[in-house]
Design a protein around this ligand. Sequence first.
Ligand SMILES: [Mg+2]
Length: 294
Amino acid sequence: MTESRGLGVAARLYDVYLFDMDGTIYLGDELLPGAGRLVRALRERGRAVRFLSNNPTKDPEQYAEKLAALGLPTPVDEIVNTVVTMTRWLLDNAPDAVVYPISEPPLVRALERAGIRMSGDPAEIDVVVASYDRSFTYQKLQTAFDAIWFHKRARLVATNPDRFCPFPGGRGEPDCAAIVAAIEACTGVRCEANVGKPNPAMLHAALAGLEVDLGDCVIVGDRLSTDIRMGLDAGAATALVLTGATKAEDLESLPASDLANLVLDRIDRLLPPQVWKELDWKEEPGPGSPTRNC
Ligand SMILES: [Mg+2]
């Protein structure tokens, strides 16, 4: 498969479409142009559609509600995010650990449901989980510091490697990488596991129950270092949309090994021109430029 720096259109249909959400399907509370009709057209053609997000500030049920409100009703088990993969990682890799999640309520709820013990007492914390936490405080940093550096017992893991979450209008919000950096800076300890994209754990969770060759999957996202990297490492086709975190100029100096196979200015170009013709699709502008926040 060839990689691309310039805008293109898909040449074929795939069996499975794995979509990132923030910056790919929607931005803030608006579907991105063409996203709704694309997903509906794929489903009508019997293609499997799955949604992925590195964002742990919602759980899959909340994402299902959001997609339904945007006109894309989706079963909860077709949505995977880092709340799911972090819970799985802890059950598999630290089953008896006492966990201190630096997180918002969805991850805490999922850990509770999974029977994972949690504590804010640094003397008994075995694993500090850093995540995208808009209630992050100096006190939380102190607790992580004491558990890792003073008591020398806790491991540090993270939900996702994203530096920021893209917002409409070119803005954004600090994401999990900022929390990890704060803890690493004061403790001198490196984060040992990151369960968001590009970790293949996300891909395996999303493909659970589907019998498919990775060569018949396409991973679609707005971020090179997470969405596209995961697809490249797995040997799947990759499509980068320029509707979120990545701009066309970001591609100019990238090595070929980091580029996606396709670059799209709007997501519905994932259907080949022949299918556009069959569907009588025109270059309509879609729902318009999003203006509201995540
Ligand atoms: Mg994204």
